[in-house]
Ligand binder design. Structure first.
Ligand code: SAH
Length: 376
């Protein structure tokens, strides 16, 4: 089977004249209902239509009066971000490239597994962090996504996977990882608003235990993330000395390893059922020696932890290679013998560039070459 790619015509959508309800929180819904002069309980019904049932039109909302439905339709939409590219890998991984109202683009990736489905969600267009091995860091344009654009990724994944009708039985979209483009803790307010919407038990209802936020180490916000949102934390460690981490994860110059590990050690709610995931990208001859594996264990000792080894996913012009399978096996063996759950993340969706900002760039290149061809 070949990977499927659909590219929508016409580029990004024009900014709509009416705002979408998608992305509003409980207070936003209360304000909408009040503006329309309706009783507060209507907000609850509307919420359920939008976030629990995934309604695409106001007409479906049969427990609301015709008059209210008409007033809603006149003033609001239920629009999600537009999908400009929709791809399906031969291994079932799906990827959506979203065309946002200002013409910028981000991606969301869905990874189906035997008993769960994980959606990898973006928090920013591009990223300011410039991690040396990460392709997203090479993109020029950077802006925060708003809450609607973050929630919208989850909604359109549910739309496309068709999982609104029976959310309790549905195994297709059970987990969320904030591991797409961007640094979620640099966009804390919008990400927090979006995740509260996603976690609401009367709506999308994905519990905090099934949500993982990955950070490169924005130390001052880690505690808040745990206390306010209670989601799982993943930390992009990637190096065991400040010297190397300064180079490959430059935010380390601002928040060095001892501060980062202290924030991890004191992350709210840690215990036997909640562990921090330490992500460690395997870069050949850079950070992958047995001595570094042992140092990694020393650094995280005392922290309830999982260790996630990520084979480096190379991109055109990337300055590194992936560690050899044998090196990864030895590294993983050291970590496992110390009693840590370690997972070596298997690359998924490689045929659709489902890692690290790759699709966006590939598509931009395709578009540019199409434009050049058209200009000849
Ligand atoms: N800004 C957040 C989320 C980013 S992406 C963070 O830094 O944690 C999720 C993970 O993919 C991070 O651990 C990131 O370092 C890693 N990553 C980025 N580019 C990669 C590549 N080319 N190969 C393997 N992992 C990569």
């Amino acid at each position: 089977m070949e990977a499927e790619i659909q590219i929508a015509d016409g580029g990004p959508p024009a900014a709509p004249d009416r705002p979408s309800l998608v992305g509003l929180d409980r207070e936003g819904f209360a304000a909408v209902v009040e503006t329309l002069g309706k009783k507060p309980f209507r907000a609850k019904q509307l919420w359920s239509w939008v976030y629990r049932r995934g309604a695409r039109s106001f007409d479906e909302m049969t427990n609301l009066s015709k008059e209210l439905r008409a007033a809603l339709a006149e003033n609001y939409t239920l629009d999600r971000p537009a999908v400009t590219v929709n791809q399906r890998s031969t291994d079932g991984t799906r990827k959506w490239l979203l065309g946002l109202a200002d013409g910028s683009q981000v991606e969301a990736v869905h990874i189906p597994e035997a008993r769960r489905g994980t959606l990898c969600v973006s928090s920013q267009v591009g990223c300011t962090l410039s991690c040396r091995f990460c392709h997203t860091g090479t993109q020029r344009l950077v802006r925060n996504l708003d809450a609607a654009e973050v929630v919208g990724q989850v909604m359109l994944a549910r739309d496309d996977l068709g999982v609104w009708t029976a959310p309790d039985e549905e195994r297709d979209l059970t987990n969320i990882v904030m591991m797409g483009m961007g640094e979620p803790l640099y966009n804390y307010d919008n990400v927090a608003k979006a995740l509260r919407i996603v976690m609401d038990p009367e709506g999308i209802a994905i519990s905090k235990r099934r949500i993982t936020l990955s950070t490169a180490g924005v130390v001052p916000l880690i505690e808040r993330c745990g206390a306010e949102l209670g989601v799982n934390l993943a930390v992009s460690l990637h190096a065991v000395t400040d010297e190397l981490r300064d180079e490959i994860v430059p935010i380390n110059r601002k928040y060095p390893l001892d501060e980062l590990l202290h924030a991890c050690r004191t992350y709210p709610g840690l215990g036997t059922t909640r562990r921090i995931t330490f992500e460690y990208v395997m870069l050949r001859d850079v950070n992958d020696s047995p001595a570094e594996a042992r140092e990694l264990l020393r650094l995280v000792s005392g922290i309830p932890a999982k260790i996630n080894l990520i084979p480096f996913n190379p991109w055109p012009g990337s300055p590194y290679d992936c560690s050899t399978p044998e090196t990864i096996r030895i590294f993983a063996g050291i970590v496992e013998r110390a009693g840590y759950v370690s997972t070596v993340r298997t690359p998924r969706g490689r045929d659709i560039f489902a890692a690290c900002g790759q699709l966006k760039t590939v598509t931009e290149k395709q578009r540019a070459s199409e434009r050049r061809a058209a200009a000849l």
